[in-house]
Design a protein around this ligand. Structure first.
Ligand code: HEC
Length: 151
């Protein structure tokens, strides 16, 4: 019975994954190689650090947006993919950053992040993401160590 249930769930999971490959699937998405140094300049140009902080990078004085300090980079138990980073920049409300109260990071259900789509060039976006991605470090998931309460 357990084996049958396992097969059933395996089948459902495989079907769900394969359904994902419709016309809206992100599969095949790829941007050209960017330039990390230019990416750092893009970060300054668009004043991303007004609302963000990145470990090891100083925030220029005077551009701080009080009340918003969303962390970019750092340790995570989940890979931050290239596609997710691009999406966070060009379509921020698609998937909001985890771990922040909605009242702080959204207004009327939309991300408070500024929309750069009319001003940022594609070359700038490519460089920016090339710069940002190495700041995310994958760390192993640490499971909770429950005490054994034996009699
Ligand atoms: C006006 C404030 C503001 C500015 C300026 C801003 N952001 Fe954001 N950003 C936010 C907020 C608020 C969030 C959290 C909600 C969300 O995920 O959209 C966010 C989320 C993000 C995320 C997703 C973080 C995660 O953990 O999922 C990335 C990546 C990001 N911003 C990159 C940038 C970059 C790059 C720039 C500069 C080009 C920038 N932001 C400029 C406010 C801002």
């Amino acid at each position: 019975m357990k084996y049958l249930l396992f097969c059933y769930f395996a089948f459902i999971s495989i079907s769900l994954v394969s359904c994902d490959l419709g016309p809206d699937s992100p599969q095949g998405f790829s941007l050209p190689q960017g330039d990390v140094d230019k990416g750092a300049m893009v970060l300054t140009k668009y004043q991303c650090l007004a609302c963000h902080h990145i470990n090891g990078i100083e925030q220029a004085a005077g551009i701080n947006n009080p009340g918003l300090n969303v962390r970019l980079g750092g340790n995570s138990t989940k890979v931050k993919t290239y596609a997710e980073l691009v999406t966070s920049v060009i379509n921020p409300s698609h998937k909001l950053a985890r771990g922040y109260p909605l009242a702080i990071v959204t207004v009327d259900g939309e991300s408070k992040m500024r929309n750069f789509n009319d001003v940022m060039t594609i070359a700038e976006l490519v460089d920016l993401v090339e710069f940002l991605q190495p700041h995310y470090k994958l760390v192993p998931y640490r499971s909770t160590n429950y005490q054994f309460y034996g009699y």
